[in-house]
Design a protein around this ligand. Structure first.
Ligand SMILES: NC(=O)c1ccc[n+]([C@@H]2O[C@H](COP(=O)([O-])OP(=O)(O)OC[C@H]3O[C@@H](n4cnc5c(N)ncnc54)[C@H](O)[C@@H]3O)[C@@H](O)[C@H]2O)c1
Ligand SMILES: O=P(O)(O)OC[C@@H](O)[C@@H](O)[C@H](O)[C@H](O)CO
Length: 472
């Protein structure tokens, strides 16, 4: 399915081709009413794509801000915000130009950010800043002593005000909205976190409270934190993807995004200043989001993390490759059995699992396991720990969920990887035997590390999936 402009095939030398922009594709430019933080691949394939298809899209433009670097904003701004969504099915590609991002801005441009969030017309702030950026400790509250958070708090406290974390930037922008008297607003978390609206509230209000208690009270009264379950497999764009768009579409696009045809967006919460009619594009608004979240986070993301660690240990690079390995498939099926036993029966789990197998097997989507493996300590808390705890509470071992943690432990000594608790992981890996297992478990969940049965179980599973991963 494709809903925007389909480009005609017109291959030619790259230098002869025009660049994608609003002169080449004159899509209307809606006024900014949505501010997005975290202009990455997923925002472009998901929230911006839904917004373009809303029946009232002409009233809902997005100003999207990058996180750590300006590059994505610079590239997109050169194209007037336009980019191509490549829907990559087993059977072939379809191409849609998306125009709902009307401003692409360097995240460090705090003047523009505060100005837009403070504007009365702005009604929604969406977030895809990654799970780790919420800075929550294992107890679920903001870790105000974390170096980047502490630095931002000190900066804001001194009145010099150039925070670098997304939480600091959002707190500053919300303070500007309060000062402008522009009224309530919705913050919509689109990161893969359980109960992500509440998590975002904890993080933003926790940050604000450590800076300015009046702001925390205003946020409590005026900001609605909407929970969402978001789904569309969107790997990082490659040079080959850029060439594919050139060949198929006859223009140059520096910022295309490749995604699977499937997409889903479930939302729960209030939009006090309005929202686009995302339901026109299939978004679902529900009262109780938890079952949807758990189904997606445990079955899809849980299997992804299991494949990321076990699959790489066995020499695979992509999700599709790992799933074709019977040992990995067996591990995924066993984990799904455990997860399914703890999900409501009316969620059509059998067909969801069958659909996931088909989605993961789409070998034309090269979803890199190394990308999924990043930030494992944060992700395992939501993808493995709840299933392990539920299984143990039901009197079973939780061995399949424990295997995901054991594979992460094996991977943590075999590979170089990014993790917000990388130093703690390295310190635990300097220990040996049961002390090491306990130390690594404590990084994921301190309570689990106190449970001798869990420590023994995980330790017995270490090495199970070890294969041909090149050691450091
Ligand atoms: N890619 C997917 O398939 C997918 C699907 C569902 C949900 N998500 C959610 O979206 C998030 C982003 O995915 P993506 O594919 O767009 O990634 P991406 O790497 O393309 O973009 C991430 C954006 O967030 C910013 N960012 C990252 N870490 C940050 C930090 N600590 N502080 C500030 N900014 C930071 C980056 O600079 C970038 O702008 C994921 O972490 C996940 O929670 C992704
Ligand atoms: O994006 P992350 O890093 O939270 O997780 C990696 C993948 O599991 C994730 O991107 C899935 O592909 C996505 O959640 C599918 O909707």
């Amino acid at each position: 399915m494709s809903t925007g402009l389909h480009a005609a095939a017109a291959p030619g030398p790259a230098t002869d081709l025009p660049q994608l922009n609003r002169t080449l594709r004159p899509l209307p430019k809606a006024p900014v009413r949505i501010v997005h933080l975290g202009l990455g691949a997923f925002h472009r394939s998901h929230q911006a794509w839904y917004t373009q298809q809303a029946g009232d899209a002409d009233q809902w433009g997005i100003a999207a801000f990058t996180g750590r670097r300006p590059d994505a904003a610079v590239a997109l701004a050169e194209q007037d915000g336009l980019y191509t969504v490549v829907e990559r099915a087993d059977t072939g590609d379809s191409f849609t130009v998306v125009g709902s991002i009307v401003e692409a801005v360097d995240g460090a441009d705090l003047q523009r950010l505060t100005g837009l969030v403070a504007a009365p017309g702005t009604a929604v702030v969406t977030l895809t800043i990654t799970e780790a950026a919420y800075g929550l400790g294992a107890d679920g509250t903001l870790d105000v002593a974390a170096p980047d958070v502490a630095t931002d708090l000190a900066l804001l406290g001194s009145g010099s005000g150039h925070p670098a974390t997304p939480l600091g930037r959002l707190a500053l922008a919300l303070a500007a909205r309060r000062d402008a008297g522009s009224g309530p607003i919705a913050v919509v978390c689109c990161d893969n976190l359980s109960n992500n609206g509440a998590v975002a509230r904890q993080a933003v209000a926790g940050f604000a409270g450590a800076w300015d208690s009046g702001l925390a009270a205003w946020i409590d009264a005026s900001v609605s934190f909407v929970s969402t379950s978001v789904d569309r497999i969107t790997p990082r764009t490659t040079d080959q993807d850029l060439a594919d768009v050139r060949d198929a579409c006859g223009y140059r696009d520096t910022s295309p995004v490749v995604a699977e045809p499937f997409s889903s967006w479930v939302l729960s919460g209030d939009f006090p200043a309005g929202r686009p009619r995302w339901e026109d594009a299939g978004a679902l608004f529900v009262d109780d989001i938890e079952p949807y979240e758990n189904r997606k986070l445990w079955l899809l993301n849980g299997a992804h993390s299991l494949l990321a660690y076990a699959g790489q240990l066995r020499g695979h690079s992509t999700v599709a490759e790992a799933l074709a390995d019977t040992e990995c498939l067996r591990a995924v099926e066993a984990f799904w059995d455990e997860a399914e036993a703890n999900l409501p029966v009316d969620l059509e789990i059998a067909s969801y699992r069958a659909a996931l197998l088909a989605r993961f097997s789409n070998a034309r989507i090269a979803h890199n396991l190394a990308q999924i493996a990043q930030d494992g300590s944060t992700k395992l808390r939501m993808r493995a720990v709840p299933v392990l705890q539920a299984e143990r509470a039901a009197g079973r071992t939780g061995a399949a969920a424990a295997l995901m943690i054991a594979a992460w432990m094996d991977y943590s000594v075999a590979a170089t990887f990014q993790d917000p608790l990388g130093e703690e992981v390295a310190a635990a890996n300097r220990l040996s035997g049961t002390d090491r297992t306990k130390g690594l478990l404590a990084v994921v969940d301190p309570l689990l590390a106190e449970d001798t049965a869990v420590v023994d179980l995980v330790e017995s599973l270490c090495g199970t999936m070890a294969g041909s991963f090149p050691s450091r």
